[in-house]
Design a binder for this molecule. Structure first.
Ligand code: NI
Ligand code: MN
Length: 223
């Protein structure tokens, strides 16, 4: 059974196909985190959207300790390898790989990064599709990503300043048309939106069929 736990900020622990897949596991120094990196005892796949500290976070340490496969853009994969991660899948935008029975597609994101380009991920297994947009501004091809992959759940940044704010994030939801949207990348820093309230209001206006599930850090949702 699929389960999506919010680790705070852009971090998620996804249980899928009897595997544990982490996305952007930043726990050390994350003011919203309800657990420590060392509390993660098992991980099979770790996907990292880009190399900013609030996303790369504890990914390398977790991969080394648990033996999980690191998935990121090519140049970030090289960095993970150089830092001692054994299993690295360094793909690029548009590519799909099967990792431990989970299909992972890398899609574009409009943001910045030092190593390679920033990205988002579409993750599929057990007939469930999850789209983690990474850090991004709004872009029109979100519609195409939605049409091609038909996500059950979209994980979308709403915090403004470094990514979309609530209004543009609601436009993104309208383009992607997931069944459920889980907001992320807010509350963490003083410059980010303090709550999901405005986002929920804008989604009601622009995409009323989409259900917003605003998790508390540590809470899980089962699609
Ligand atoms: Ni970033
Ligand atoms: Mn970020």
């Amino acid at each position: 059974m699929a389960k999506i736990r919010w680790l705070g900020h852009s971090g998620f622990e996804v249980e899928l196909a009897n595997k544990i897949l982490l996305i952007d596991p930043w726990l050390t120094g994350n003011p919203l985190a309800t657990m420590k990196a060392s509390d993660i005892k098992k991980a099979d796949v770790v996907c990292v959207t880009h190399d900013h500290g609030d996303h790369l976070g504890d990914a390398i340490e977790i991969c080394k300790r648990t033996g999980a496969t690191f998935v990121g853009i090519y140049e970030l994969g090289v960095f993970a390898k150089e830092n001692g991660v054994k299993d690295v899948v360094g793909i690029n935008i548009g590519g799909t790989v099967d990792v431990e029975g989970i299909s992972v597609t890398m899609v574009q994101a409009f943001h910045s990064s030092t190593r390679g380009a920033p990205a988002g991920f579409v993750i599929k297994a057990e007939g469930k599709t999850i789209y983690h947009t990474g850090d991004t501004g709004l872009f029109g091809d979100m519609k195409l990503i939605g049409e091609i992959h038909l996500p059950d759940v979209a994980l979308i940044p709403i915090g403004d300043y470094y990514t979309m704010g609530p209004k543009e994030a609601a436009e993104a939801v309208k383009l992607i048309k997931p069944a459920v949207v889980i907001p992320m990348h807010y509350q963490t820093f003083p410059v980010l939106s303090p709550s999901a309230e405005d986002f929920i209001k804008f989604v009601k206006e622009k995409a009323p069929k989409v259900k917003v599930v605003a998790l508390k850090p540590g809470e899980a949702y089962q699609p």
